[in-house]
Design a protein around this ligand. Structure first.
Ligand code: ZN
Length: 134
């Protein structure tokens, strides 16, 4: 079972410029900037009430974010749901016919274990599951 939406990921061409736009939009300041080497991205996080926005900029040309922007332009890249037990959710979703993009949970940004569900099995939306690392 999934819990709240943990964050919404937005693919951007320029992290600094996008951060300043979203700071103005939300009337808040970015609280965390983090590079995730394994994904080839730099991320910036902002809060809006209980919700979080993750801005993602490609840090290499073969990053999934670079490919996404090339194909579809900037915009909403994924929706992330919080889960208590990511390993059991991955088993449940795989058994239900969803395509999980990574075999094991991996370390994502913001102190999370994450996995992704292929958009082909979710009506065109990339879904991320994330569990807090305690
Ligand atoms: Zn994310």
């Amino acid at each position: 079972m999934t819990n709240n939406i943990e964050h919404i990921g937005i693919a951007v061409k320029n992290l600094e410029a996008a951060t300043s736009i979203y700071e103005k939009l939300l009337g808040t300041v970015c609280y965390k900037v983090e590079a995730v080497e394994s994904e080839g991205v730099s991320t910036a996080f902002l809060k809006s009430g209980v919700n979080k926005i993750e801005l993602l900029e490609a840090s290499s040309s073969d990053s999934p974010i670079a490919k996404f922007i090339e194909k579809r332009g900037e915009g909403i890249h994924h929706i992330a749901f919080a889960v208590e037990d990511i390993a059991s959710e991955m088993v449940r979703l795989a058994a239900a016919g969803f395509t999980i993009l990574n075999g094991n949970p991996k370390k994502g940004a913001d102190n999370k274990l994450v996995c992704f569900v292929h958009p082909k099995s979710t009506n065109g939306v990339l879904i991320e599951l994330c569990q807090d690392i305690k």
